[in-house]
Design a protein around this ligand. Structure first.
Ligand SMILES: [Zn+2]
Length: 96
């Protein structure tokens, strides 16, 4: 069960929730800016943010689901902790 799919909280069964389309954070000058999924360092200026986050928050207990948005531009960078994982092992069924 998920808040997003079932419109019911998997933690407390609550049915009231908040949906924040884009999570924000404070930038330089304390102005709000979208929170990036991945921050690409820049030699000059501020880091370049890739992707944003949507959240759905249970209004009763605060249980929160995070969903990354606009992440097609992400690139694997294992040295810096960015890993792309694809489970391409075929599921074992009764007929193979
Ligand atoms: Zn809840």
């Amino acid at each position: 069960m998920t808040l997003k799919r079932d419109l019911q909280c998997p933690n407390c069964d609550g049915v009231s929730m908040w949906r924040l389309e884009t999570m924000m954070e404070r930038a330089a000058g304390m102005q709000p800016q979208p929170m990036g999924v991945l921050l690409e360092p820049r030699v000059f200026g501020t880091a370049l943010a890739h992707g944003t986050f949507e959240t759905i928050i249970c209004a009763t207990c605060g249980y929160t689901e995070w969903y990354a948005r606009a992440i097609k531009g992400l690139k694997p960078d294992p040295v810096n902790g960015v890993h792309f994982i694809k489970n391409d092992v075929e599921k074992a069924g009764p007929y193979r």
